[in-house]
Design a protein around this ligand. Structure first.
Ligand code: NAD
Length: 324
């Protein structure tokens, strides 16, 4: 019998990549049957699943993870849950946190409660390095105290803690992954890389926050979803796993690389007021995932970024380019 996976947020950037990698290239996926539950917010897009649309191993359900009746029904048919669905954009959470607390906290609680009732065997909570706040030097190990700064990060930290409480209190097999910034194709053009690329390709200007000295670690979405799959299949209940090992860059350095990749100059960059509460640096210690799961990022950043820019160039219809 194949394992029946309920994948929330499977029409978003990372969730759809996970589903495509599970299903593409095999008529009978590696022992899994996937049900995607996605609300199709502005960030979700059915077209992200086009490469696997019609696959015998895929079912798509449009719906809200905060809907207990729908979630209760779907969970009855699931052996395991891989939970990507979230409001995920920091700037939107600064403009208003309501939807972030609703989806990220209440939605996660709704899934966990249904999982427990139905005897789901495993729950993978996909989370972020942003729950730790900001770190000037070194890197965070998994046990580091959470100190989120943005409403987005706070809502993810809260949902991680609720998820882990279901393990400690009820014995539910919950595993948490925390990953650094992802890049790759199919990312909605509000996050920095697709925003800059799509604006540069259409002759526009790009906004650089403050002095651009904030540091982020960039990991290709391929590496993230491989890490999530390792945690699902080889991780241990109640454990948190860091998925890092990407390339550290200041936002200014990243901007320079994107300008070069799109054949544009610095005169296309507009300095804008820094983001409120902008974290300076994130950095994960991912040695536990390496040592216990054999996790290791494989995509080279230079090649991965060039492939990502090429993808946006070749898919103007996906991001709504004026002539796409
Ligand atoms: P995304 O915004 O691209 O996709 C989110 C998906 O969730 C969308 O398809 C959306 O329609 C769906 N969704 C939102 N609210 C929903 C609801 N109430 N019910 C059902 N579906 C809903 O996000 P992403 O970048 O793919 O991130 C996926 C997960 O990975 C998130 O949990 C995020 O916190 C985490 N993460 C992201 C990054 C990153 O760099 N993007 C890094 C680390 C962790």
């Amino acid at each position: 019998m194949p394992t029946r996976l309920l994948v929330t947020g499977g029409a978003g950037f990372i969730g759809s990549h996970y589903v495509r990698s599970l299903l593409s290239g095999s008529a009978t996926p590696d022992g899994v049957q996937v049900t995607v539950l996605d609300k199709l917010t502005y960030a979700g897009n059915r077209a992200n699943l086009a490469p696997v649309e019609g696959h015998a191993g895929l079912r798509f359900v449009r719906g809200d993870i905060c809907d207990p009746d729908l979630v209760g029904e779907l969970v009855k048919d699931a052996d395991q849950i891989v939970h990507f669905a979230a409001e995920s954009h920091v700037d939107r959470s600064i403009a208003g946190g309501d939807e972030f607390v609703r989806t990220n906290v209440l939605g996660t609680q709704t899934l966990l409660s249904a999982a427990l009732r139905s005897g789901v065997e495993r729950f993978v909570q996909v989370s972020t390095d942003e729950v730790y706040g900001s770190i000037a030097e070194g890197s965070w190990p998994e046990g580091h105290p959470l100190a989120p700064n943005s409403p987005y990060a706070a809502s993810k930290a809260a949902s991680d803690l609720v998820a882990l409480s279901y393990h400690r209190t009820h014995g539910l097999d919950v595993r948490v992954t925390r990953c650094s910034n992802n890049y790759g194709p199919y990312q909605f053009p509000e996050k920095v890389i697709p925003l800059f690329v799509t604006r540069l390709l259409t002759g526009g200007r790009v906004p650089l926050y403050g002095d651009g000295s904030q540091i982020r670690e960039w990991l290709h979405v391929d590496d993230h979803v491989r890490g999530v799959e390792l945690v699902r299949t080889a991780g241990a209940p109640g454990e948190v796993y860091h998925l890092g090992g990407g390339t550290e860059l200041t936002n200014r350095e990243l901007t320079g690389l994107l300008l070069r990749a799109c054949g544009a100059d610095w005169d296309r960059v507009e300095r804008v007021t820094d983001r409120l509460g902008h974290d300076r640096r994130y950095a994960l210690d991912w040695s536990k995932s390496r040592d216990r799961l054999g996790y290791h990022p494989r995509r080279d950043f230079t090649e991965g970024l060039a492939a990502t820019v090429a993808w946006y160039r070749e898919h103007p219809e996906w991001w709504g380019a004026p002539d796409g």
